[in-house]
Design a protein around this ligand. Structure first.
Ligand code: CU
Length: 622
């Protein structure tokens, strides 16, 4: 039955620039790959995905199944979509209706969420919020009008399934002529893969703090630290002890590292060298999606500047840069042009410097260029701790020493805990430009579910991120993002609240305002209001925060005319980041950290867009 569905409704695109070989390979693997237990030399390779058009007549079918695939040349237990990881690139055309039948061929429940897409809430694909999920053997039909364009992606919202490859790219073609000119385009899906059972990874994180952080300073590498910092043995030991008192680690930049991860570009490991054809002089559009569960990537092409034209599917004023950090769940579109008839390395280094994904941009197949060495791992700094005291950001070496740490220690474990959150402020119109550059932390310490807390959180819009900006080349920042055209619905907010990002790394509890999802209430937004959320990151990690169903208008230092809008915003350690929202999509929506294991550990809220705060049912027909 499944076979006939498939053959009838696969619509392969022939758009120039896409590799048709990949498409036919997918058709083959879909048909053959369903044979259970295919192993050894006959096992299909990850990364052989096709192209489908969900707005073509008849719609499309997606088949979700457990499948053994060669990942980086090793057999792994994947969750494949139409036979592959990533799943097919799904195209849609703005103004048309998308029709997607998702068939669950697994013995467990699944789901499929359209990341960044505006649609009725019951089409959003989050089990327990939008619908019950897709049970074993069941088919769920998604049908929604396509109201936007740009580069997006889709993925499972069930348990840890995304870690096994349940994701793919979405390309939404604009109804009007595309303001971005290009000759060829390529899909770049970055992800992280483990051969371990993801549940076991989570268990290790919960029971052994820093399990995957083999880079932490230890007695054995005190010598290295002394050499690197030019400090004495006692200073180095003092610093180490200070971090221990803080019960954190300056190298805790990622929870999960290359110790278990294989880093993938389009399902291929670095040594498999996925190749993207680009002739000299062509304008090449790279549609980059970070479909990782936990990995931030720093993307660059040595020798080639990149012109960033889109962020999270939204056109921005073009910015030329040399490197960009892409958070989990973000997308960036860049234009590059090869000046010479030679290959260039597309290098995606992990933020924690424990590995990389890599491909090659080349005029022909079978070529490769020099792969740059991985840079040294970065250390968190005083700024990450919100310790830019007295506004004096100059004259600091950026690295904390033991005395600084003692001062912080005293502040952070003060006796003034237990206060209530500040009530939401509302009333008159709030300012929309030149917002305050910092916020002092209130008395609430958010209880035992929050172990660290910066005294002051700062705007860090021009900070490229830990480990970036010292290499002598340009790095993209949020402060550079400006919408190409003024987005709709911009007006001053009349209500605001602060939302603290909190966590306890020992117990591996992550949440908002010190509470896990299971301990929290709904966040209620009134339909049509204009609302501001000030996100304050009390933790030492960067969290990519994602709101379903509605745009977040990011305060990026511009004005209502040109601040960008995003579906996912990274909040860096000790950062104050502000977004304005118009809740224009009635229903229930997910709002969460997109680091999969943080979400699973509780950094998640349900948002309800209601007709009135006075009560009454959620009116989906509003
Ligand atoms: Cu997080």
């Amino acid at each position: 039955m499944a076979e006939s569905f498939q053959n009838r409704s696969f619509n392969f695109l022939t758009r120039r620039g896409f590799l048709t070989a990949a498409a036919s390979a997918t058709l083959a693997s879909c048909t053959l790959g369903r044979r259970i237990g295919a192993v050894g030399p006959t096992m299909a390779r990850a990364g052989e995905f096709g192209q489908l058009d969900a707005t073509a007549p008849g719609g499309i079918d997606l088949f979700i199944e457990r499948k053994d695939l060669l990942v980086g040349g090793r057999p792994g237990r994947a969750i494949a979509i139409n036979g592959s990881i990533p799943g097919p690139v799904i195209h849609m055309t703005e103004g048309k209706e998308a029709l997607i039948r998702v068939h669950n061929l697994m013995a467990e429940s699944t789901s499929l969420h359209w990341h960044g897409i505006l649609l009725p809430f019951n089409m959003d694909g989050v089990p327990g919020i939008s619908y019950p999920g897709i049970g074993p053997g069941e088919t769920f039909t998604y049908r929604f009008p396509v109201r936007q364009n740009g580069t997006y992606w889709y993925h499972s919202h069930t348990g840890l399934q995304e870690q096994r490859g349940h994701y793919g790219q979405l390309i939404l073609k604009p109804a009007d002529p595309d303001p971005v000119a290009y000759d060829v385009e390529h899909t770049i899906v970055l992800s992280d893969w483990t051969f371990e059972d993801p549940q076991r990874v989570l268990w290790k994180l919960k029971t052994q703090e820093g399990y995957y952080n083999f880079q932490r300073p230890t007695l054995a590498n005190l010598d290295d630290q002394m050499r690197a910092t030019g400090k004495s043995l006692s200073e180095v030991i003092g610093k180490r002890l200070a971090w221990d008192r803080m019960r954190m680690d300056p190298t805790d930049i990622a929870d999960i590292t290359g110790a278990t991860y294989t880093y993938l570009m389009n399902g291929k490991a670095a040594h498999e060298n996925p190749t993207f054809i680009a002739k000299p002089g062509q304008r090449v559009r790279l549609r980059i999606v970070n479909a990782s569960t936990m990995t931030f990537y720093d993307v660059r092409i040595p020798g080639l500047p990149m012109t960033v034209v889109q962020a999270d599917g939204q056109n921005i004023k073009p910015v030329e840069t040399d490197e960009l950090r892409i958070a989990v769940a973000e997308t960036y579109d860049v234009i590059v042009t090869l000046p010479e008839d030679r290959p260039y390395t597309l290098f995606a280094e992990t933020m924690d410097r424990s590995g990389h994904a890599r491909g090659t941009l080349a005029p022909r197949t079978g070529m490769s260029a020099t792969v740059p060495p991985q840079r040294r791992r970065a250390m968190l700094t005083m700024a990450d701790m919100g310790m830019m005291m007295h506004g004096d950001m100059k004259g600091m070496d950026g690295n904390m020493d033991g005395d600084d740490m003692q001062a912080i220690d005293g502040k952070m474990h003060g006796e003034d805990a237990g206060h209530q959150n500040m009530p939401p402020r509302s009333g008159s119109e709030l300012p929309t430009h030149d917002l305050p550059d910092r916020i002092e932390h209130g008395p609430d310490q958010h209880g035992p579910a929050s172990i660290t807390m910066a005294q002051t959180a700062y705007r860090r819009l021009d900070y490229p991120g830990v480990g970036l900006g010292e290499d002598g080349w340009r790095v993209l920042t949020y402060g550079q993002l400006r919408a190409l055209k003024r987005p709709y619905g911009r007006r001053p907010p009349t209500r605001e609240f602060d939302l603290h990002l909190t966590g306890n790394m020992h117990k591996y509890i992550w949440g908002f305002d010190g509470k896990k999802w299971t301990e929290s209430d709904l966040i209620r937004l009134q339909y049509g209001e204009r609302l501001r959320i000030n996100m304050i990151n009390d933790t030492m990690m960067s969290h990519p925060i994602h709101l379903h169903g509605m745009w977040m208008d990011l305060y990026a230092g511009g004005t209502m005319d040109d601040n960008p809008r995003k579906h996912t915003v990274t909040v860096q350690p000790s950062e104050l980041l502000t977004v304005d929202i118009t809740p224009d999509a009635p229903g229930q929506w997910a709002f969460h950290c997109h680091l999969l294991y943080h979400m699973e550990a509780g950094m998640f809220r349900t948002v309800a867009v209601v007709r009135s705060f006075a009560g009454g049912p959620i009116d989906a027909g509003a």
